[in-house]
Structures are given as structure tokens and as C-alpha cells.
Design a protein around this ligand. Structure first.
Ligand code: HEM
Length: 547
């Protein structure tokens, strides 16, 4: 505490000195200007004038340099970040951080068990490796550190301030609207989906899932998820490949999805090019997709305003329930929103839900199927469980009874979390512990490190049994967080284990999965925004309905 006070005082003094310096520089510069201006040119020789001119010029330059130096010193002393491999001695580590992220996240947690600062391609990142610090920031200071990072798809270039124009993952958070959207979605899932529409919606899309002789796992699971999320977002949409517009929509989403996860120099170069030119193929696709979603909102407004629904005179009300879907839940909070949601916001939020939900389900299901073929005995135990419990179709609440399958899911998400680092950025300058952090600094919760920390027994071993029976009491629950933290955690968080368990249970009940070629290792794959296995294919052989 004392040290913190001293640091604060030093920083204040330096700030003061810098301010005084700037003022002094201005006064001196003005004085010189005045002196030179006061010189009587008519009375002096010509060389004097030239001399005066150069002196004045030199003094101005010197003043500018002094001011710049003072400003540099001022900024340097103003903010204080945790130590880390960010200076020139560690330049190699800093450069390789992004490209070798999986490895680096573990190394950094080892070298800096609590906290460190790294320079990444997207700016300065304060990496939290310790669960207490993660909670302090992501829960205790969530009011100041909750702005989602949005530099992934070059799309911040086309944001409207305070609005939600973006693709891929979750809303911007600096405004009141994000909070009301979050609440509305959680409420909708609790009140209208769970125990109601959700089971049939998931089951219908499981029936449509095209697992076959040789299927691309990432593509198939992504298409399953987009159909599911679209049907939950706007129930009046024809979610079928017979519908050409929907098919194109899905294909466009897949293109965006691939672009989000590309983690190559080519992608970095493209991002820079977009910043310079404003041109981007992905952004154009994004706009197409948003235009399509806007037609849903228009259609819904039409439905609401049809004569039989014209109980009151307004165009969109806070209470109207037509589709009982995510779209409705967002329309219902329009009146609370500030700034008021417009068509663009609405479309962007819906796209966020569909893209994020699909990406995450694709990631989780791809990892699950990869571990199924890598650990066939474990998978057989899960399959037997599904068959014994007659779990032939999806049901969220009874997925709870598939204890082994649920343990399998939890262990896969421990070793291969789909979100490896949850990153938020600061909304304003703020002081925390002995640090003074600048606005728009990124804070990352190192999930990979938590999931591999010494709190776990043999953290690198795939061990489903650790979640079962008496072993479960030794689980360090604090060191496990596949769905985020605090007020900005996943809106579907409460139900995701059961959702994934149920989906895996049904898939295993009906199919035997085998590899068709070499399989990737869990340590491979993209590790950018999300952690996904590399492209791989599997063979699914349908099993008879009764064992
Ligand atoms: C296995 C599947 C999923 C995983 C691993 C996952 C993970 C996460 C994580 C880690 C966050 C927090 C991100 C952050 O703080 O930066 C998040 C937020 C969110 N998730 Fe998910 N998610 C999954 C599925 C879903 C689904 C199916 C939905 C569909 C409704 C969904 C909707 C959301 C929304 C709307 C947010 C933003 C909440 C907010 O920022 O207020 N997620 N998710």
C-alpha cells in the first residue's frame, strides 16, 4: 500500500514536472518570438536579419524537441504495466508470441505465474495467469475492463460509434445496450428455450446433419450449428439447403468463419491493406450477410403490423411475441435501448449470435469428435451409456444423466478450450494494484494456462475419470473456465455442458466414427481468436437403432 502511494506520488510529480516543462517551453518560445518580432528591422544590417531568422528557427526546433522529450517522459511515467517480455531484450519472444501462441501462453504462465505484459500484433496485452487476478479484473473491475476486442476482421473500420456493427463474436461492451442485450438473451434462453423449443430444434438439426463415409468435420459441424442458431434466431426462416438464399447465406458465413481464424502473415498483410484502402472481401461478404438478416427484421415488422396483431398503434413494441426467438427477444428491448437500436444494430446482433454460436459449437464438436477417434475406448464407454439410457434423441435435461459422456466433454474442453484467452480491453485509464493502465489496453485471461496449471493432477494427461465419482471433489473448479467469466460470460453458459453432452450422446448412439487418414494432434490447429483443430475428415458408419 505504502509502495503504491509512493509510486502514485512519483507519477503525479512527473506529470506535474512535464506540465510545468510544457508551459515553460511555451513561455520561452513566446518570449523569443516577441524579442525577434520587436527587433527593428529597418535599423539593422541584412545579415543580422538572416542571423535572427536562423536563431529563431533553431530555438523553435530546440523547443519542439524539448517539449517532445518531456511529453515522452511524461507518458513513460504516467502508465505502469506489469513486467513482461516486451522490451528489446525480449523482442524475439514478443514477435513470436502471436505465431506460437499455444506454446507461449504456457511458457509465459510458467515465467510469470501471476501476470505479465506482452506486445502482440493487436497492441499491448496484460496477460493474467493467476485465477485470483483474473477474477479481480473480469469480475471485480468488469465495469472498466469489459470492452470486447474487435480487431479481428478489419471491421472496426466500418463501425458506427456506440453501435454493434461487427461480425463473429459478441457485442461491443462500452454501452448500456450491451448489458440489456445480454440480459434479454439470458432471459429468453431460460424462459422460452430450455424445456421448450430447444430440444426439438436441436433434434431436427441432428437429423439433418450429414455425417457420411467421409465427412469434413469442421464444415459439417459448422453447418449443423448455423442451421440451429438461425432457427433459434428467426423461427420463420426456411432453414434448408433447398432454399438457395439460405444456402448462400451459410456459405458466406463459412467464408467469414475461415477468415476469422486464418492466423497467417498473409492475413496480417491483408488487414494492413484494408486499413490503408478500406477494401476487404470479407467485409463485403459481411455486408451481404447483414442485408439478408435485415430482411428477417423487415418481415417480422410486417408480421407484427398485420391487422390481426394491430392491437396498438406502434410499429415495434416491447412486448410483441410472434416468433418466440432471439429476434423477438431483441425487438422486445428496443424501447430500453440508448442509443436506440436501428435496423443495422439489430442485424449485427443477430449475426453476432449466429456467428459466435456456430463458431463455438463447431470448435467444441470438432474437438469432441477428434478425441472420440483418438480415444476409442472412452468413446465406447460413452456410446454404451447413451444406449443403456436409451438416449436416441436429444433432450437437454436428461443429458445430465450421461455422466461419463459429460465427463468426456469437460475433459476435452479442459485440454482444448475453444476460447484460449478471453480478451477484453479497458474502457478508460485506471489504477489497479501498483499499475496504471491506459485506456484501450487489452487484458487477457489465460485460459489455456489455467486449464494446464499445477492445480490439476497430471494436467497434460487426458483423463476422463478425474471428473467422475469421488475424484470429482478434487477438481479445482476455480481453474476451469471454458465459457468466460463474470457479467460478460457466455449467455448460454448454464446449458452448454448439457447441450454438448446431449449432442455427442445422440451422435455416438447412432454412429461409429473412424479416422480416414492421419489425424491432427490436439496441439495443432489454429490458435487465433478461437482454438480449433486443423481440417480433418472422419468416416461415420450408422449403427442399428438397437444394440
Ligand atoms: C461450446 C460452445 C460455446 C463456447 C465455448 C462459448 C464461449 C463463450 C465465451 C468464452 C464467451 C465470453 C467471451 C468474452 O468475454 O470475450 C461467450 C460469450 C457469449 N456467448 Fe458463447 N460460447 C458457446 C456457445 C454459445 C451459443 C450456442 C450461444 C448462442 C446463444 C452463445 C452466445 C454468446 C453470447 C451472446 C456471448 C456474449 C455475452 C456478452 O458479451 O455479454 N454462445 N461465449
Amino acid at each position: 500500500m505504502a509502495a503504491e502511494n509512493i509510486t502514485e506520488k512519483v507519477v503525479e510529480k512527473v506529470e506535474l514536472a512535464a506540465e510545468v516543462g510544457v508551459k515553460a517551453a511555451n513561455i520561452v518560445a513566446n518570449a523569443f518570438e516577441k524579442t525577434i518580432a520587436d527587433t527593428d528591422h529597418s535599423s539593422g544590417a541584412e545579415e543580422d536579419t538572416l542571423w535572427n531568422y536562423f536563431t529563431s528557427f533553431g530555438i523553435h526546433i530546440a523547443m519542439v524537441i524539448i517539449v517532445l522529450l518531456l511529453k515522452w517522459q511524461y507518458d513513460r511515467n504516467r502508465y505502469r504495466y506489469p513486467k513482461g517480455p516486451r522490451d528489446w531484450r525480449n523482442i524475439k519472444d514478443a514477435i513470436s508470441f502471436h505465431r506460437k501462441k499455444r506454446e507461449n501462453l504456457l511458457v509465459l504462465a510458467n515465467d510469470y505465474p501471476d501476470i505479465c505484459t506482452v506486445m502482440t500484433h493487436s497492441g499491448r496485452l496484460v496477460l493474467l495467469n493467476d485465477v485470483t487476478l483474473i477474477n479481480e479484473i473480469f469480475i471485480g473491475r468488469a465495469d472498466l475492463v469489459s470492452n470486447k476486442v474487435d480487431g479481428y476482421l478489419e471491421n472496426q473500420l466500418r463501425y458506427k460509434d456506440g453501435k454493434h456493427i461487427r461480425t463473429g463474436i459478441v457485442f461491443r461492451h462500452q454501452d448500456h445496450n450491451s448489458r440489456i442485450i445480454h440480459k434479454a438473451l439470458v432471459h429468453h434462453i431460460d424462459a422460452n428455450l430450455v424445456g421448450k423449443r430447444l430440444d426439438s430444434a436441436v433434434q431436427e438439426q441432428l437429423k439433418n446433419m450429414r455425417v457420411s463415409e467421409n465427412f469434413d468435420v469442421r464444415r459439417t459441424t459448422f453447418y449443423f450449428a448455423t442451421r440451429l442458431l438461425t432457427s433459434l434466431s428467426c423461427s420463420s426462416i426456411t432453414v434448408s439447403n433447398e432454399d438457395k438464399t439460405f444456402e448462400l447465406f451459410q456459405q458466406n458465413l463459412y467464408k467469414i468463419s475461415k477468415a476469422i481464424h486464418a492466423d497467417t502473415f498473409e492475413k496480417s498483410a491483408k488487414t494492413i491493406l484494408t486499413q490503408l484502402t478500406g477494401l476487404s472481401e470479407t467485409l463485403d461478404i459481411n455486408e451481404n450477410v447483414l442485408d439478408y438478416i435485415k430482411t428477417w427484421t423487415e418481415h417480422r415488422r410486417g408480421e407484427i403490423n398485420r391487422p390481426e396483431n394491430a392491437g396498438d398503434e406502434q410499429t415495434v413494441t416491447s412486448t410483441t411475441k410472434i416468433g418466440n426467438d432471439f429476434l423477438d427477444s431483441l425487438l422486445a428491448v428496443i424501447d430500453e435501448s440508448s442509443p436506440r437500436f436501428d435496423e443495422d444494430d439489430m442485424a449485427a446482433c443477430i449475426l453476432d449470435i449466429i456467428m459466435h454460436g456456430s463458431e463455438m459449437l463447431k470448435g467444441a464438436l470438432s474437438w469432441l469428435l477428434l478425441y472420440v477417434v483418438k480415444y476409442p475406448e472412452e468413446a465406447d464407454t460413452c456410446r454404451r451409456e447413451a444406449r443403456d439410457k436409451n438416449y436416441y434423441q436429444f433432450n437437454l435435461s436428461s443429458a445430465e444423466s450421461l455422466t461419463h459422456t459429460q465427463a468426456f466433454v469437460k475433459e476435452v474442453l479442459r485440454l482444448s478450450p475453444v476460447v484460449p484467452v478471453v480478451i477484453h480491453s479497458t474502457l478508460q485509464d485506471f489504477k489497479w494494484r501498483k499499475f496504471h493502465i491506459q485506456k484501450r489496453t487489452q487484458f487477457g485471461a489465460n485460459i489455456v494456462a489455467l486449464h494446464h496449471s499445477a492445480a490439476w493432477k497430471e494436467p497434460n494427461t487426458f483423463d476422463v475419470a478425474r471428473w467422475l465419482g469421488e475424484n470429482a471433489s478434487a477438481i479445482p473448479t476455480n481453474s476451469y473456465s471454458p465459457f468466460g467469466f463474470g457479467p460478460r460470460a457466455c449467455v448460454a453458459e448454464k446449458y452448454l455442458f448439457n447441450l454438448l453432452t446431449g449432442i455427442l450422446g445422440v451422435l455416438l448412439y447412432h454412429n461409429d466414427f473412424e479416422k480416414t487418414g492421419a489425424l491432427p494432434e490436439p496441439t495443432e490447429g489454429t490458435f487465433g481468436l478461437a482454438n480449433l483443430p486443423p481440417k480433418f475428415s472422419l468416416k461415420a458408419t450408422p449403427l442399428s437403432t438397437r444394440s
